[in-house]
Design a protein around this ligand. Structure first.
Ligand code: ACO
Ligand code: ZN
Length: 282
């Protein structure tokens, strides 16, 4: 019921200011009632506190001493950084991030229970600080083997490969945990496109290298931390699973694989695993 209500509610906040960007919003987000009469909200790009008026933000910026997300920097490669924020230790930050993210996420219900989540914040860093580009959230403990709950690239940064970076990062964390993972459903159209592109690229690249060495769905899943269902669905949708002499076989024709690789789009920004300093949540 709550989900339906959120669907049918009209969009309240039309624009936000965040760092050096003014951004048009996409969907309704359930900000506290006192913000209902605002067309535009002003966010502190570091602590994500939001305000009704520009002057309030300016006053805030003089006092706010954050220059990056709270939490631990777990990845740094050139100007690209990832911070891990524990929703239990940084409750207000987690809630602010959820309010912000909901403006661009349609069929996701808002989690008030940020305690149960870790937030991975991707930043571009310069001499003024680490500026959020996007993020994904992850349940601390998932029964359904979800390794990602919500993913967002802020609109000014979309279509530059950050989304695939975040997806790749979520699987690198799963590999370190020694688990397979899958994104929480439902996926949005853009989410599905991004995941399809990622899965296709990763799987087809392995098949190309292995030639026809009888690799199984399970092998592919073990190597990539992609859940077997997603491996199978991806290969089926690419028409790479064939019946030969009564058994399933994965096609590894070089020309066919090259064609799929081209269609999968660009690779996205690379995750350099040697720069990830992280131990799984306990
Ligand atoms: N039109 C067509 N294809 C697109 C578009 C678009 N506007 N945006 C992304 N894609 C596809 C492309 O295939 C693209 O690869 P390519 O550029 O090589 O062709 C691929 O998705 C990923 O592109 P990236 O640049 O790596 O991804 P981006 O940084 O734009 O982030 C994301 C993708 C996170 C889905 C972004 O579109 C977004 O934040 N959308 C709003 C929130 C959302 O829908 N999140 C997913 C919800 S599902 C979930 O959270 C589990
Ligand atoms: Zn602040």
């Amino acid at each position: 019921l709550r989900e339906h209500e959120e669907f049918t509610k009209v969009k309240n906040i039309a624009k936000i200011e965040l760092g050096r960007y003014e951004i048009d919003t996409w969907y309704f987000s359930p900000f506290p009632p006192e913000y209902n009469d605002c067309l535009k909200l002003y966010f502190c790009e570091f602590c994500l506190n939001f305000m009704k008026r520009k002057e309030q933000l300016q006053r805030h910026m003089r006092k706010c001493d954050l220059k990056h997300p709270p939490g631990d920097e777990i990845y740094r490669n050139g100007t690209l950084s990832m911070f891990e924020v524990d929703g239990k230790k940084n409750k207000v930050y987690g809630q602010n991030l959820c309010y912000l993210a909901k403006l661009f996420l349609d069929h996701k219900t808002l989690y008030y229970d940020v305690d149960l989540f870790l937030f991975y914040i991707l930043c571009e860093c310069d001499d003024r600080g680490c500026h959020m580009v996007g993020y994904f959230s992850k349940e601390k403990h998932s029964e359904e083997s979800y390794n990602l709950a919500c993913i967002l690239t802020l609109p000014p940064y979309q279509r530059k490969g950050y989304g695939k970076f975040l997806i790749a990062f979520s699987y690198e964390l799963s590999k370190k945990e020694g688990k397979v993972g899958t994104p929480e459903r439902p996926l949005s159209d853009l989410g599905l496109l991004s995941y399809r592109g990622y899965w296709t690229r990763v799987l087809v690249e392995i098949l190309k290298k292995k030639h026809n060495n009888n690799i199984s769905i399970k092998d592919l899943s073990d190597m990539t931390a992609i859940k077997t269902d997603d491996v199978l669905n991806t290969l089926q949708s690419l028409d790479l699973i064939q019946y030969r002499k009564g058994v399933h076989a994965i096609c590894a024709d070089a020309k066919v694989l090259d064609r799929h690789l081209k269609a999968a789009g660009r690779g996205g920004l690379e995750v350099d695993v040697s720069k990830l300093i992280w131990t799984p949540y306990k």
